[in-house]
Ligand binder design. Structure first.
Ligand code: XIL
Length: 379
């Protein structure tokens, strides 16, 4: 009797083990995104310090298996690497570049010139005076020389200028424009080229699905090329929603960028699943609190119906990326646990914009993207 029971529980154990093995090998058979992407399309994610250091082991496992390119979410921004005029802090950026190199990835540098996450000293003139052109150019050149020069041969492509355009296509009124004048964009590309002639150079912005802004980006880049400057791609950040922008607008934007001769890149992809309030971008604190209360609608998990909509949205967008020969798709984050969208544009909500959930498990959207890549990949 005792013997029989032991044998039965042994058999049970063996069955469990077999089932577990089957599950593991099924999981291992799910192809990595990088392995189903067509030639010429890199797929990656933005990584943070916790991932680079290895402390977020789940995310590292995903990144190393799935992706062939990485972007630093914050650690190459001016405020991080060059916090004071005579002080650089390259430690985290060095670790990031080592991480990408160790995993054999195409390492992206983000970002050289932006009006945000740039320390106040950069925009301050001497003795309380407004910043003058010569000083601004000298600071820009000093920064680009140091940062691009340090990673020469190791960073494969740089976002040189970020968000230079307003929604109507005019140049955004930033301290860079004010101090240097309209050629500041060209100067940044010129300095970057000189600091590393081999690295790719990109113009990066958001809302390029809006015709006025997209046409302005195309004109800007064509103007740079006409001056003999190197520009390898136009990056659309793609911080999108689950329903907007409309697919037709994305389609038209990618077509227009392609037609201009530039390679379209999707550089910061995520899909905000929460309801959007037209005032969410510019609201004051009181209004943001009201919007938070009204739109933080999935605090305990994403309902299956929305999960499916997210999967379809990702699949539809990837079909367009393939159609227009996008050169790189980089997700802005790895799992939902660490997405910046919990706090942007409204702080303190729970969001679900990526392909892996808060626990690091695959979402239906991952399978949907892999499926589109598998089906449509021209090899
Ligand atoms: C975001 C990061 O994800 C956040 O961690 C940080 O607090 C703010 O910046 N456009 C860009 C990115 O080009 O650098 C921004 O990244 C998101 C918007």
């Amino acid at each position: 009797m005792e013997m029989r029971r032991t044998l039965m529980s042994l058999a049970g154990l063996l069955l469990c083990a077999a089932a577990a093995l089957a599950a593991v090998s099924a999981a291992a058979e799910t192809p990595a995104l990088k392995s189903v992407a067509p030639k010429g399309l890199r797929i990656g994610a933005a990584v943070n310090r916790t991932q680079v250091s290895g402390n977020d082991a789940k995310a590292v496992a995903i990144v190393s298996r799935q992706f062939d390119t990485v972007t630093a979410e914050n650690d190459l921004k001016w405020e991080r690497v060059h916090p004071e005029p005579d002080r650089f802090d390259f430690e985290p950026a060095d670790r990031y570049v080592e991480f990408g190199t160790k995993h054999g990835m195409f390492v992206v540098g983000h970002v050289l010139l932006w009006h945000q996450q740039t320390p106040a000293w950069v925009f301050a003139g001497e003795n309380g005076r407004p910043l003058d052109r010569a000083t601004a150019l000298a600071r820009l050149k000093g920064h680009i020389d140091a940062v691009v020069g340090r990673y020469r041969g190791r960073i494969g492509g740089w976002d040189v200028v970020n968000e230079a355009l307003d929604e109507d296509g005019s140049l955004r009124k930033t301290p860079w424009l004010e101090a240097i004048g309209e050629d500041y964009v060209a100067k940044a590309f010129e300095f970057a080229r000189a600091a590393d002639p081999e690295t790719e150079l990109y113009y990066n912005d958001y809302n390029l699905w809006k015709p006025a802004k997209r046409d302005a980006a195309v004109r800007l880049v064509q103007g740079l090329k006409a001056k003999g400057l190197r520009v390898d791609g136009i990056g659309e950040q793609a911080h999108w929603g689950i329903d907007d922008p409309p697919l037709e607008a994305i389609d038209a934007a990618l077509a227009a960028i392609r037609a201009s001769g530039a390679t379209p890149l999707i550089t910061e992809l995520d899909m905000d699943v929460l309801p959007r309030d037209p005032d969410q971008w510019g609201a004051d604190l009181a209004k943001k609190a009201r919007i938070r209360a009204a739109t933080n609608v999935y605090p305990d998990g994403l309902p299956p119906a929305i999960q499916e909509r997210l999967a379809r949205r990702y699949a539809d967008c990837f079909a367009l990326f393939l159609k227009h020969g996008v050169g790189r798709v980089t997700f802005w984050g790895v799992t939902d646990a660490t997405t910046w969208l919990h706090d942007f544009p409204i702080p303190g909500r729970v969001n679900y914009p990526l392909l892996w959930d808060h626990a690091g498990h695959e979402k239906p959207a991952l399978e949907a993207v892999a499926e589109v890549l598998r089906k449509n990949a021209k090899r």
